[in-house]
Design a protein around this ligand. Structure first.
Ligand code: SF4
Length: 354
């Protein structure tokens, strides 16, 4: 291989996935860390003295995030107080093993660690949930519970910020999935680098512009200790299609991941302009009557799902979700449904050309 395109002196060992430029190991590390630093500073993600929980699962993304956050906090003297926060979903043979990795990371970085379990918070593990509902919709339960569990963990740690290891590929896949589903409400939010409401702790994605391949290479060359097994309950076929499509696009153009994120961002800023022009019609966020978590309905999503599980009617929460999302216009609009129905009717009535 040629010499490193950055320092021009050392021998190149890798190609930077986002630019395909040859690079030596040291320059590759530095360019990734600098990209994350620029993302943090340009978006003003933190301020000095912030207490930040790094959501860690033991997987490659969060392990690299913990490493990079610790490195940048020291190198640029951010003045952040860092914590590790893990959620134990109760998945035997998967999460119990990955949490051992997290515990080793705590020793290595010397950062306090808090682990919260679904069993303690909700009285259910994912093993028990899957035993009841099967492998359909399990990730909906898991996602809703994890989101709330992270907020609860952050409150217990008394932190004022959460960072997650979502990378550029994850975000581009989500943009594609929201387009394929016609879910423009989620499309308008999914590229935000930081999400926060009056009642929740800000949550940021410092790896928003870092390719998955870069994270894998960083973990490999730094010899980081991470857990690489997929969740045993991971059907998520829909995301799998988006992932395969994205990988195909990446083979044609290396910038396609960032291009898709940029498309999502452009859509987001257009929607934001419209929302700023609307004075009325705001969604008022209150608190769940049962657990006190923020909710725009009487019960928060986790309590609705739990009620379904506890009553032996797990579909209750799922059915309600789509109903609620339809009411809020988040799922296909009636106009599109009418159009689709019209097309079906025409197909049935029209004689075939063949
Ligand atoms: Fe939970 Fe689904 Fe992820 Fe497994 S794949 S950890 S069940 S969200």
């Amino acid at each position: 291989m040629k010499n490193c395109s950055i320092c021009k002196t050392a021998r190149a060992l890798v190609k930077i996935p986002s630019t395909l430029e040859p690079s030596c190991k040291e320059c590759f590390f530095l360019q990734l860390e600098t990209k994350v630093h620029n993302t943090i500073t340009l978006n003003k993600l933190f301020k000095r003295g912030d207490k930040v929980a790094i959501a860690v699962s033991g997987g490659k993304d969060s392990t690299v995030l913990a490493h990079v956050m610790t490195t940048l906090n020291k190198r640029y003297d951010y003045g952040l107080d860092l914590f590790l926060l893990s959620i134990d979903e109760g998945i035997t043979g998967y999460r119990d093993d990955s949490l051992l990795t997290v515990q080793r990371n705590r020793e290595e970085y010397g950062i306090p660690l808090k682990i919260l379990s679904y069993q303690d918070l909700y009285g259910w593990t994912m093993d028990k949930i899957v035993a009841q509902i099967g492998l359909k919709n399990n990730c909906t339960f898991c996602g809703v519970f994890r989101r709330q569990a992270l907020d609860r963990g952050a409150l217990l740690l008394n932190v004022n910020h959460i960072v997650t290891g979502h990378n550029a590929d994850d975000i581009a896949e989500t943009v594609l999935m929201n387009i394929m589903r016609g879910d423009f409400s989620r499309l308008s939010r999914c590229t935000q680098i930081q999400t926060a409401t009056d009642q929740t702790i800000p949550r940021s994605k410092p790896f928003k512009y870092i390719y998955e391949k870069e994270i894998v290479m960083y973990a490999y060359f730094k010899k980081l200790d991470y857990f690489s097994t997929e969740c045993i309950y991971s059907p998520n076929a829909y995301r799998g299609y988006a992932r395969t499509f994205l990988k195909d696009l990446e083979r044609i153009s290396t910038t396609s991941i960032l291009d898709i994120i940029q498309s999502g961002e452009s859509y987001q800023s257009n929607v934001e302009v419209k929302l700023n022009q609307e004075v009325e019609g705001k969604v008022i966020v209150g608190n769940c009557e049962r657990c006190g978590y923020m909710s725009s309905n009487k019960l928060c999503k986790a309590c609705v799902l739990l009620e379904g599980l506890n009553r032996g009617l797990p579909k209750l929460g799922i059915a309600n979700e789509s109903k609620i999302r339809k009411q809020h216009g988040e799922i296909k609009t009636p106009a599109i449904q009418n159009f689709k129905q019209l097309s079906i009717d025409r197909e049935i009535k029209s004689p075939s050309l063949n």
